[in-house]
Design a binder for this molecule. Structure first.
Ligand SMILES: C[S@@+](CC[C@H](N)C(=O)[O-])C[C@H]1O[C@@H](n2cnc3c(N)ncnc32)[C@H](O)[C@@H]1O
Length: 294
């Protein structure tokens, strides 16, 4: 039988992605999370003529890339931006408000029973730090970590061990406490990533990692994964073309995005990735000059 090539498009670059070399730093399990891309990000940032004074991640989500950059001091400072208020509550609590230790302790003490979970998830009118706890719990019990309305809940957890098999309070506590320790290297902004990019566009010595919700064309997976999925991708490309600093964008590998990148004179590379179901898919990297990948 004829063997079909795994990558019929012929990816121009195949990263050696050893995800085991990427410490899990984020308290989220995030849909569309980019842990697998971290080795590529390290390579990109260390290829720059000088260390960026600021690394800006305007669509932060679980922020594994920005966190790794801060922990490994691949930039002097890291600014994360996220519009979703559930996600923002977590980052505001850990990075901005000084309530990270409180959140870590609440997680450690939380009785992860169906009753306690339900009563926490039903609560409204919460303070930011209480909403952070609610978000972390929701992120653990919703299928795929999806926080958008309509997300299914896990029923049996892993290996039939029940929901509690999804709850790693010590690990989560440690991740949060570790981020608190380096929070002077981090800034979190609850707001619009496009506005942040416009504001920072003319500044020198910045680097931007841009991982937008993808809803430009095709199957529109972003619609069910994120509450905020509407984005004007042409507008994003227009702003990105005005950035003084270097940037790396990541998208689903899709003709529409490839055409947009060509129109703006950007460089593209197709890279293989594993999705959560371990199916081989390809992703498109977009940058000003991606020759550092070759
Ligand atoms: C593909 S996900 C980012 C995943 C992230 N790179 C990670 O590894 O976890 C895109 C994120 O952009 C957020 N988002 C959507 N529109 C936004 C906007 N205008 N400004 C800031 N964030 C936005 C979504 O809520 C979602 O968290």
């Amino acid at each position: 039988m004829k063997q079909l090539p795994l990558f019929p498009d012929g990816p121009s670059f195949q990263p050696v992605v050893n995800v085991a070399s990427v410490p899990q730093r984020s308290p989220f399990r995030y849909p569309g999370g980019k842990t697998w891309l971290v080795p590529v990000i390290r390579r990109w940032l260390t290829s720059l003529p000088q260390k960026p004074v600021e690394f800006i991640e305007p669509f932060a989500g679980g922020a594994i890339v920005g966190l790794t950059t801060a922990f490994e001091q691949l930039a002097d400072h890291v600014t994360l931006v996220e519009v979703d208020s559930q996600v923002a509550a977590v980052w505001l609590t850990i990075i901005e408000s000084g309530d990270g230790e409180w959140l870590a302790q609440q997680i450690e003490d939380f009785q992860f029973t169906p009753q306690r979970i339900q009563s926490l998830l039903e609560k409204t009118e919460l303070s930011v730090r209480e909403q952070a706890l609610q978000t972390i719990v929701k992120n653990r019990i919703n299928r795929g970590g999806i926080l958008a309305p309509g997300a299914g809940k896990l029923k049996n957890g892993e290996n039939g061990k029940g929901l509690a098999s999804r709850w790693y309070p010590h690990t989560l506590r440690k991740r949060i406490v570790d981020i608190v320790k380096i929070r002077d290297r981090l800034t979190f902004v609850h707001g619009d990533g496009l506005a942040m990019l416009r504001q920072a566009a003319g500044l020198p010595d910045r680097a931007y990692f841009i991982d937008p919700p993808y809803t430009a064309a095709g199957k529109r997976p972003g619609n069910r994964l994120y509450m905020h999925h509407d984005l004007d991708h042409r507008e994003l490309f227009t702003i990105v073309s005005t950035l003084t600093g270097d940037f790396l964008m990541t998208y689903d590998n899709n003709e529409h995005v490839t055409a947009l990148a060509q129109e703006f004179g950007f460089d593209t590379r197709i890279v293989p990735m594993n999705n959560t179901h371990h199916a081989r898919l390809t992703e498109l990297l977009v940058g000003r000059d991606l020759s550092w990948l070759s």
